[in-house]
Design a protein around this ligand. Structure first.
Ligand code: NAD
Length: 367
């Protein structure tokens, strides 16, 4: 029986509570599907600061580099808010992303039928929505040099950043997007601002070069201003969207809100593939540590469970099992169970634990 090495980093606040629900599914998979995960746990963020004085220890980082995949809960909270920038809990997360070379951020925006009314957009605009935003995560204007705030001789202050992309950076993120499209509806929309930014003229040209390797995928280009309008006008026109770090930051949050709830949103961050096609990868819910509800068994565990489903699909090629987990989540929602964040009139409000148990019960019914 193959064993998959998994590093669990629950983190802070609601992190440990939502991650505990994934453990139930892991146990279920070993028992009912014969799929075994060798799970080790580590500390990250505030929990690591409390135990070791730093948000990410060398040991945890080494474990992350060795694992087949990392599942992270959330980091941060008021207890650590006043620490210096370099030792804040969030530095743990950034350190992992950087050291693991996670350059591709995958943010699906899926609207489950049962929750289509939770969006601020009309039911018919979002019902059945299933798009994937691929954001370049380690380059672009957030990292480009030179950057800074200078004071000129006449006293004028000048703030500046640099938007820079190289051809290998664009090509590797384009490949991720085309590979994803091959597993989905075979359409990629590349978002840029090639009418005014040279760096994204290069982006567009490099995406087109990579496209030649994927004749079965339809490629379109869209300026980012139009893409933001189209996302709220007719989001279902998209399958996979691929874009730069900053445009992706903004568009993925916009797309997230089409779904109506932070507690439902998974994500994946992927690194470069080795010669066997294996990538370093970290999966995490989009939400934070929700200190306002932490420790009360109130958090919605579905974003973390759906992140685990992404891990099954993208790190372990267990597409069928990923489908099972996603279907179980859908069935639980169709059955009327809701945590507080997605509560609707006439539905049953349940705890984190009850929601996790319900997903496992639905999995049992599916096999
Ligand atoms: P947050 O996502 O933690 O919470 C925002 C709101 O959404 C809160 O009202 C919270 O109760 C609710 N919420 C979030 N997740 C939920 C869930 N699963 N179920 C039910 N309700 C949920 O964002 P915030 O309040 O801005 O930040 C709190 C802390 O989390 C801060 O320290 C912040 O730095 C950190 N943070 C961490 C990450 C991460 O680890 N990736 C992301 C965002 C924020």
């Amino acid at each position: 029986m193959a064993t998959n090495k998994l590093l669990f980093l629950p983190g802070d606040g609601i992190g440990p509570e939502v991650m505990a629900q994934v453990m139930r599914i892991i146990e279920w998979m070993a028992k009912k599907r014969g799929i075994n995960f060798d799970v080790t746990s580590g500390l990250v963020g505030g929990a690591s600061i409390d135990a070791h004085g730093v948000p990410l220890t060398d040991e945890t980082l080494a474990a992350a580099m060795e694992a087949d995949a990392v599942l992270l809960g959330a980091v941060g909270g008021p207890k650590w808010d006043n620490l210096p920038f370099d030792v804040k809990p969030e530095r743990g997360l950034l350190g992992l992303r950087k050291e693991m070379g996670l350059f591709a951020n995958l943010r699906p925006a899926v609207v489950f039928d049962a929750l289509a009314d939770a969006s601020t957009l009309k039911h018919e605009v979002v019902a059945g929505l299933d798009i994937m935003i691929v954001r370049e995560l380690t380059g672009g204007i957030y990292f480009g040099q030179p950057r800074g705030i200078d004071t000129l001789p006449d006293g004028t202050r000048k703030g500046y950043n640099t938007l820079v992309y190289t051809s290998p950076e664009v090509q590797r993120i384009a490949k991720v997007a085309f590979d994803l499209a091959m597993k989905r509806n075979k359409r990629v929309c590349s978002v840029d601002k090639a009418n005014v930014l040279e760096s994204t003229i290069l982006w567009r040209e490099e995406v087109e070069k990579v496209h030649k390797e994927y004749p079965g995928v339809e490629l379109s280009h869209m300026y980012v201003d139009n893409a933001s309008m189209q996302l709220v006008r007719n989001p279902k026109q998209f399958d996979v969207m691929v874009t730069t770090n900053m445009f992706g930051d903004i568009l993925s949050d916009c797309a997230a809100m089409l779904t109506g709830s932070l507690g439902m949103l998974p994500s994946a961050s992927l690194g470069a593939a080795d010669d066997k096609g294996k990538r370093r990868a970290m999966y995490e819910p989009v939400h934070g540590s929700a200190p306002d509800i932490a420790g009360k068994d109130l958090a919605n565990p579905l974003a973390t469970i759906l992140s685990f489903a992404m891990m099954l699909r993208y790190s372990f090629n267990l597409d069928q099992d990923a489908d099972l987990v996603e279907k179980a989540v859908e069935n639980v929602l169709n059955g009327g169970l809701r945590t507080g964040d997605i509560m609707q009139p006439g539905k049953a409000k349940v705890s984190t634990t009850v929601m996790g148990e319900a997903v496992v019960r639905e999995l049992d019914k599916l096999v």
